[in-house]
Design a protein around this ligand. Structure first.
Ligand SMILES: Cc1cc2nc3c(=O)[nH]c(=O)nc-3n(C[C@H](O)[C@H](O)[C@H](O)COP(=O)(O)OP(=O)(O)OC[C@H]3O[C@@H](n4cnc5c(N)ncnc54)[C@H](O)[C@@H]3O)c2cc1C
Length: 365
C-alpha cells in the first residue's frame, strides 16, 4: 500500500519507495476497483467500519490525488446494484436489506422492473435487486498511475527495480531495509509488498500472507449501457469511463501463478452473460489475473509491530482498493502522531504472534 507515501511526503517526511518493479503493477493493477464496504461473509463483518471510513474518505482523496497529479482516477460514485435470481427472492432480499441496515449501510429493495429501468442491461430472469446507493468504483489502473505521479510531485523518491531482501534488524529496532546490494537506513520501515510481503526476511511472523489469484476479463459492447456496478452471486460487472466493462473474478489458491485458464475465463463469461445477456455480443478486449494478498483470517494487517520502527500495511485481500485512503491515513497517523483516529486493534500484525502463543500454551506437556 505505497499510497501511504503520498500522505507521509505531504506531512513533510523524507520518503523513499523501494519496489522490485515499477510500483502499481500487481494486485492494484489487476483489481476491479469496486468500493463496497458490504461484508462478503460473516467473518468480514468486523471490517465494515474500516471500509465505511475509507469509502467516506474517497471523494476528497481522489480529488487531491487528481489535483496534484493532473490525472483522472475514473472515480464513479454511482452506487451498485445486486440482482437476485433465486426462487425465494423475497426472503433473500429482506435478509440482505436488514443486514445492511444493521451495519449502518444504505440499501434499498427494488422490484425487478424498477431495477431494469435503472439498468436496462439487466437480465429478464432477475427477480429483484438491492441498490446500494453509497457504493462506488474507481479505475484502479488510472488511480495507481495518478498516485505514483502525486507521490513524486509531493517529494517521495521512487526506486523501481530495487526490491527488499530483508528487514534490517538491530536488536529490537528496525534500522531500515536490506536491498539486493545495499542497506537503506530509515527511522520507519513500512512493509507494503502485497502477497509478496512474507517473502521479505523477518516479515512472515507479522504478515503471514499468501496469494489468492483472481482472473478477470474486460469486455466492450458499444450498444450496451451499464451505469452502476452490477452484481449477482456469481459475478460483478464494473463499467469504466472509457466504455470497458470489467468482469470478474475467480478466487483461487494456486501459488504465485498469474496465468489465465480456459475454465476461469469460461466461468466469468457465462456468469456475465447470465447477468446481462446483451454481453453475449461483446468483444473480449483483455483477460488477466492478479494475486490478492490474503491473510489467515482474511482481514488486513495494519500497524506497528513489537520491533521499533517497523510497520505493516498489507493483507488487504479483496478490499485493498477500497481501503487505500484509510490505510494511507493510518500509516501517516502512526508515524507522525503515534496514535490513530480509527479502531484498528483487530487488524494488528501482533495478532498472529498472540495466536501462536495461545496455541503453544494449549499444547499438552
Ligand atoms: C482480480 C482482483 C480483483 C480485485 N478487486 C478488488 C475490488 O474490486 N475492490 C478492492 O477494494 N480490492 C480489490 N482487489 C484487491 C486489491 O487489488 C488488493 O487488496 C490491493 O491491490 C493490494 O495492494 P498492495 O499494494 O498491498 O499489493 P500489490 O498491489 O500486489 O502491490 C505489491 C507491490 O509490492 C512489490 N513487491 C513485491 N515484492 C517486493 C519486495 N521484496 N520488495 C519491494 N517491493 C516488492 C510489488 O512489485 C508490488 O508493486 C482485487 C484484487 C484482484 C487480484
Amino acid at each position: 500500500m505505497w499510497p501511504s507515501q503520498v500522505e507521509l511526503a505531504r506531512a513533510g517526511l523524507r520518503v523513499a519507495v523501494f519496489d522490485r518493479q515499477q510500483p502499481g503493477q500487481e494486485a492494484s493493477w489487476a483489481s476491479a476497483g469496486i468500493l463496497s464496504p458490504a461484508p462478503e461473509s460473516p467473518g468480514m463483518i468486523v471490517m465494515v467500519p474500516l471500509g465505511k471510513a475509507s469509502l467516506a474518505l474517497y471523494p476528497k482523496f481522489v480529488a487531491e490525488v487528481e489535483e496534484i497529479s493532473g490525472k483522472s482516477t475514473g472515480f464513479r460514485p454511482k452506487g451498485t446494484l445486486e440482482a437476485l435470481f433465486s426462487h425465494d427472492t423475497k426472503a433473500e432480499l429482506s435478509t440482505i436489506i436488514a443486514l445492511h441496515h444493521g451495519l449502518g449501510l444504505r440499501a434499498e429493495a427494488l422490484r425487478a422492473e424498477d431495477a431494469r429501468e435503472l439498468e436496462p442491461a439487466l437480465s429478464e430472469e432477475a427477480e429483484a435487486a438491492a441498490l446500494r446507493p453509497d457504493e462506488a468504483s474507481v479505475d484502479n489502473r488510472a488511480l495507481m498511475a495518478a498516485i505514483l505521479e502525486a507521490a513524486q510531485h509531493s517529494g517521495a523518491q521512487i526506486f523501481s527495480g530495487n526490491g527488499a531482501k530483508a528487514i534490517w534488524r538491530e536488536k529490537n529496532r528496525c534500522a531500515g531495509l536490506i536491498l539486493q546490494n545495499e542497506k537503506v537506513e530509515a527511522q520507519w520501515t513500512i512493509i507494503a509488498a502485497g502477497c509478496f510481503s512474507a517473502a521479505i526476511e523477518g516479515v512472515a511472523p507479522y504478515a503471514p500472507v499468501r496469494p489468492a489469484k483472481g482472473q478477470m476479463a474486460a469486455l466492450r459492447a458499444d450498444e450496451l449501457k451499464i451505469d452502476r456496478v452490477l452484481w449477482s452471486e456469481k459475478i460483478y460487472l464494473v463499467p469504466r469511463n472509457d466504455g470497458r466493462i470489467v468482469a470478474g473474478a475467480t478466487v483461487e489458491y494456486a501459488g504465485f501463478d498469474k496465468r489465465t485458464t480456459a475454465g476461469g475465463i469460461e466461468k466469468i463469461l457465462s456468469a456475465a452473460i447470465e447477468l446481462a445477456p446483451g454481453l453475449a455480443n461483446a468483444r473480449i478486449e483483455e483477460t488477466w489475473a492478479g494475486l490478492r494478498p490474503d491473510s489467515p483470517d482474511h482481514l488486513p494487517i495494519l500497524g506497528p509491530t513489537d520491533i521499533d520502527g517497523l510497520l505493516m500495511a498489507t493483507g488487504h485481500f479483496r478490499s485493498g482498493i477500497l481501503l487505500t485512503p484509510i490505510t494511507a491515513r493510518l500509516v501517516r497517523e502512526w508515524i507522525t502522531e503515534q496514535r490513530v483516529t480509527v479502531d484498528w486493534d483487530r487488524f494488528s500484525p501482533m495478532r498472529f504472534q498472540a495466536e501462536k502463543a495461545g496455541a503453544t500454551k494449549k499444547m499438552p506437556a
